[in-house]
Design a protein around this ligand. Structure first.
Ligand SMILES: [Zn+2]
Length: 418
C-alpha cells in the first residue's frame, strides 16, 4: 500500500496484492467524495487525478491515480468527473395510470390542488400486482440510468389495508428505503369521516404495512391531514419502530415543518412556504450535524413539483444561509412531478433556487443520505457502498451547466457496472 493512499480501509493493508473481484476506477479527473476537508476542501471534498478501488460492493481505497493497488478489472475514467450515486430520498413509484391530461390542463391555466391524487388511487386499486411491479421496476431502472443508486419509495395510492400493504411489498423488492404513506389523502369513501380514516391508518393499515416499511410519512397540508391527525399517525408509526418523514408546507404555510422537528423527523419535504420560525426550528436541528445525522431534520426540496405545477420555488438560499441541511429529491409521481431525473433537479436548483452547483450536487448525494439517515451512501470513502457515477464531463459543474443532456456515462451500483 502506498504511503500516499491516505484513505484506505484496513482491509487493503491485509489483502494480497491481487484480490479476486476487485474493480479499479482509475484516471478520474475530478472525484467528488463529499468527505469534507479532504482534497481541495469544501463540502464536496474534491480530489484531482484520483482512483477508487471497490470490492464486494464496497469502496476499499481512495487515493491518487498513480498509487492505486492492483485490481482484477479496471475502468478508465479518461479524465472524467466521478461522484457518488444520487440519493433520491422522495419518490412515489407505486401507481397505475398517468395524468398527462391533468398536466396539460394545468399548463393551460388550471391550478394544482392535490385533488388528482384520487384519480391515481382509483387506477392503482384496479391494477394487478404484476402491473404495479412492472411500473416500479421500469421507473427504478430509469432512475438508475440517470445515476440514482439509492431511492426512497412511498406507498400512498392504495389507501386500503390490502392495497397499502401490497404497494410496500412491491416497493421493498427494489429498495430498502420504503415509506408507508397511508395518510397521503383521505380517500373518497372516507371523505365525511376523516377521523375514522385516521383510525384505520393507525390501526390495521399500519400493522399490515409496517413489515415492509422503514419510514412513515404524512401529507400535512390544508385539504389533506391537519396537525392533530398528522401527529397521531406519526406517533403510531414511531411506536411501531418506523422513522418519521413528512410532506409539509408545499401549498401554503402550515404546522408541518415545526411538527416534523418536534417529532424528530429525518426530513420535512417540499418546504415551499416557510416562516422565520420554521427556518429557526430546522436550523436548530442542524447544529449537531457534524456529530452525526441522527438528530438533524433535513429540508428536502423538490423543485420538480414546482416546475410541473408552475408554482414558485422554495427559497433554498434562505434555508442554506440559516444553516439548514438541505437535500434535493425528485418527488417522482404521476401527478405533480413525473421526473425521475436527479440531474434535472440539480439544474433547477441552480437556475431557479440560487443554489451553487456544489450545493446542489451535495444536496442530491450527501443531503439525500442525511435525509434517509444513511452514512454508507452519498459519500465515497473506504467502507461506503460502491455507488459511483462516471460523467461524460470533466466536472460536476456540467450537471447544471448542460441541462437536459444525458451526462451519465456509467453507473456502478453496489460495485456492479450498469
Ligand atoms: Zn411527495
Amino acid at each position: 500500500m502506498s504511503a500516499r493512499s491516505e484513505l484506505a480501509s484496513p482491509a487493503v493493508a491485509n489483502r494480497s496484492r491481487h484480490s479476486v473481484g476487485s474493480l479499479l476506477v482509475d484516471n478520474i479527473g475530478e472525484l467528488v467524495t463529499n468527505v469534507a476537508g479532504t482534497g481541495e476542501g469544501g463540502p464536496l471534498g474534491i480530489r484531482r487525478r484520483a482512483a477508487v478501488l471497490v470490492e464486494q460492493g464496497e469502496v476499499i481505497w481512495v487515493g491518487p491515480s498513480g498509487d492505486a493497488p492492483a485490481a482484477d478489472r479496471r475502468i478508465d475514467a479518461d479524465g472524467a468527473a466521478v461522484l457518488p450515486g444520487f440519493v433520491d430520498s422522495h419518490a412515489h413509484l407505486v401507481f397505475a395510470g398517468d395524468r398527462a391530461t391533468e398536466f396539460a390542463a394545468r399548463m393551460a391555466g388550471q391550478p394544482y390542488t392535490g385533488g388528482g391524487i384520487r384519480t391515481t388511487v382509483g387506477a392503482t386499486r384496479a391494477a394487478s400486482d404484476g402491473e404495479l411491479r412492472t411500473t416500479v421496476r421500469r421507473l427504478r431502472a430509469e432512475a438508475l440510468r440517470q445515476g440514482t443508486t439509492t431511492i426512497e419509495i412511498k406507498s400512498g395510492y392504495g389507501l386500503t389495508v390490502a392495497d397499502e400493504a401490497r404497494s410496500l411489498r412491491i416497493a421493498a423488492e427494489v429498495s430498502e428505503e420504503t415509506t408507508f404513506l397511508g395518510a397521503h389523502v383521505v380517500p373518497a369513501e372516507y371523505a365525511d369521516r376523516p377521523d375514522e380514516y385516521v383510525g384505520l391508518v393507525c390501526g390495521p393499515m399500519l400493522a399490515a404495512a409496517a413489515p415492509y416499511a422503514r419510514w412513515i410519512d404524512v401529507f400535512c397540508e390544508r385539504g389533506a391531514f391537519d396537525a392533530d391527525h398528522a401527529r397521531a399517525i406519526l406517533a403510531c408509526g414511531q411506536a411501531m419502530g418506523l422513522g418519521v418523514r413528512m410532506h409539509a408546507n408545499q401549498l401554503g404555510p402550515g404546522p408541518g415543518v415545526q411538527l416534523g422537528v418536534e417529532l424528530g423527523a429525518a426530513s420535512v419535504d417540499h418546504c415551499t412556504h416557510l416562516t422565520d420560525a420554521d427556518i429557526d426550528a430546522l436550523a436548530s436541528t442542524a447544529v449537531d450535524a457534524q456529530a452525526g445525522p441522527e438528530t438533524t431534520t433535513v429540508a428536502t426540496l423538490l423543485p420538480g413539483a414546482e416546475f410541473s405545477t408552475r408554482s414558485p420555488y422554495p427559497d433554498a438560499r434562505r434555508l442554506l444561509d440559516a444553516g439548514v441541511t438541505v437535500a434535493l429529491a425528485t418527488d417522482c409521481n404521476p401527478g405533480s412531478s413525473y421526473t425521475s431525473s436527479m440531474p434535472f433537479c440539480i439544474a433547477l436548483a441552480v437556475r431557479e433556487m440560487r443554489m451553487t452547483p456544489a450545493e446542489a450536487v451535495w444536496a442530491a448525494t450527501a443531503g439525500g443520505a442525511r435525509a434517509l439517515r444513511r452514512t454508507d451512501v452519498g459519500v465515497l470513502r473506504p467502507g461506503a457502498r460502491a455507488d459511483l457515477i462516471i460523467l461524460d464531463a470533466p466536472s460536476h459543474l456540467h450537471l447544471a451547466y448542460r441541462p437536459g443532456v444525458p451526462l451519465i456515462r456509467q453507473v456502478l451500483h453496489n460495485g456492479v457496472p450498469r
